[in-house]
Design a protein around this ligand. Structure first.
Ligand code: RB5
Length: 150
């Protein structure tokens, strides 16, 4: 459970800008603090320029949870998952957001800003923040994600 009062990190490109602004307003109204890594408009930008700084700060432990958004959610997720302690999950519905937490201990939610209704994105965000990791049989599997073969 990530409680109100927690600081969350958010970042998007232009394809996710409108959804980021919508979710940021919802989160702040719900009592969360948001650190916004940009972008700051719908002007075309390159998503890695905004996702890398957020992912670095999740990787270091500066922030526990992040929400990233690009048009499809794919480029943002791919960029964030370059960092060993980042587990960014691309989600399309609340059930997948719940599973990303329960089974994968995801610490970043990646959303497709151009493909899901904003209210559905808000529901995914709420589920992502309230759902806890189940541990158990999933713990070793999650630990193995960053154990790369030589
Ligand atoms: C930008 O047009 C788009 O390519 C980007 O938002 C994202 O979908 C990339 O994965």
């Amino acid at each position: 459970m990530t409680k109100a009062g927690t600081t969350l990190a958010m970042a998007s490109d232009h394809g996710g800008f409108a959804m980021k602004e919508f979710l940021k307003q919802k989160l702040e109204a719900a009592g969360y603090k948001v650190v916004d890594f940009g972008t700051g408009s719908d002007k075309s930008v390159d998503y890695p320029d905004f996702i890398h700084p957020l992912a670095r700060d999740i990787n270091s432990g500066k922030y526990d949870r992040g929400i990233i958004i690009c048009g499809s959610g794919n480029g943002a997720q791919m960029t964030a998952n370059k960092y060993p302690h980042v587990r960014a999950a691309l989600c399309w519905n609340p059930e997948l957001a719940a599973l990303a937490r329960q089974h994968n201990d995801a610490n970043i939610l990646s959303l497709p800003g151009r493909f899901v209704p904003f209210e559905e994105a808000w529901e995914m965000t709420r589920v992502f923040l309230k759902t806890t990791f189940e541990g158990g049989r999933h713990l070793l599997r999650v630990q193995k994600i960053s154990q790369l073969l030589k």
